[in-house]
Design a protein around this ligand. Sequence first.
Ligand code: NAD
Length: 522
Amino acid sequence: PTAASLLGSTSTHFPQTHEKISDPKDTPYFIDNEFRLSQSKNFILVHDPATNNLVTRVPMMTSDELQLAIESAQNAFSSWSKTSIIARQQIMFRYVSLIKENWDRLAASITLEQGKTFADARGDVLRGLQVAEAACAGPEYMKGEILEVAKDMETRTYREPLGVIAAICPFNFPAMIPLSCIPIATITGNTMVLKPSERDPGAAMILAELAEKAGFPKGVINVVHGTHDTVNFLIDSPVIKAISFVGSNKAGEYIFTRGSATGKRVQANLGAKNHALIMPDCDKEAALDAIVSAAFGAAGQRCMALSVAVFVGESRQWLDELVQKAKTLRVDAGFEHGADLGPVVTPESKARIESLIASAQVEGAHILLDGRGYKPEKYPNGNWVAPTIITDVRQSMQCYKEEIFGPVLVCVNVDTLEAGIDLINGNDYGNGAAIFTSSGAVAEKFRRNIEAGQLGINVPIPVPLPMFSFTGNKKSVAGGGASTFYGKPGVNFYTQLKTVTSKWSSASIVPTKAVLSMPTGS
Ligand code: NAD
């Protein structure tokens, strides 16, 4: 079957509207460059978060189907890994241009299944597209090193692909995270089995369709579905050589441990609690705007969302202005023009967020702005939580300790920069942190002393572009963050170094007797 017959045409399966789909199609899987319908009897229902209308059913794929996907990637590896890097680069160029051509279609699938606004969904696609663009520099990344280490002797390194990679993705960036993996894994000569989030697989299916159009041979990129059982199947397969995981701590720590135990490479980016320090000397308007955007954008469902505002000294007096700015945000369905933030992903997620807000109240914090109970008139059935600001929060409170992953900003007051730094370093997570200040000395002190992987200085969400790498720290990564996504470290993760030392001597210097002691260089 063609992609169009299974995925539906652009205008029917991924319409830029929240109207009820009369005939929702099941999401197919993708093996050997073909879309196929699963024989599974078990499905996960995906609903539009703005309406809770059914969008698609995602199969819990059978073991036989999963095994076929792994075998497809395994079969493709021997020829793909030997395909010249220049040929792989040409395919990546085409992939980049096809993603650009399908940008709105990808974004529409994200808005429909994940809920974020269409403008923000376009940003989700862009951040993934940029990784594919950077991967076009694969020939540069894959170059080895060479050195003449002794007379007639040289050592050189080669980068070789690992084999079959499994990528396990979260719901919050349906295009960006698959694209954090696909381009780097494939340009380096690996093949893949990718599992998108069961909550919003649409963008990954379009990316699979575009991969086939770009010229990736069959089996290089396969897409499978399911939840825990599918992930366990991938982790336990001896064919899989490395696992790229992005998601929660609960899943990621488990996957890291189980995957590492079977000798696989595992990179895992996990949860977060990102703090912003607001110094009294900062540009107040710019800082408050940045915090509102970084706390409530994507309804707070970004791993780099700013979820804790730390007011230092006098800046605590700006709280009311922060609340006023947050009140101006329009919470609406993602395709509505002018929507600033959409719904959260599922009713369960809404219930969890609301219970964390309630726990703050019980524990003695103050809800300065309460987003519970909000409903846009046109969309009464969506998973709505409007911007919420909680003050007088203490470190012992549940709302401070846990990742809320919703449009909720918790606010803490401290008296000094040093106290703010201690507070941030005392938190278990270390994905990102930001400071707002006009002082270079203050910014420098922050930079030197903060134990978080990605810092913003007057920048609220400092996600590195793909010529750098995504460098979380502490509990926000598994395995101490030794393996990071994209950039040169991403290429390291997906390749094995081979080091060759060779000697080509002229006949006159060939020793007549074997030397058994280790060479000392003399
Ligand atoms: P999740 O952990 O629930 O799911 C992620 C993936 O793991 C999904 O594909 C899911 O099917 C699978 N999974 C879930 N539980 C599993 C288990 N017990 N065993 C095996 N597989 C399992 O995460 P989510 O809710 O989709 O995503 C939100 C989380 O991801 C947040 O914690 C967020 O901070 C994190 N995240 C982190 C980054 C980062 O770069 N640090 C980026 C995006 C999202």
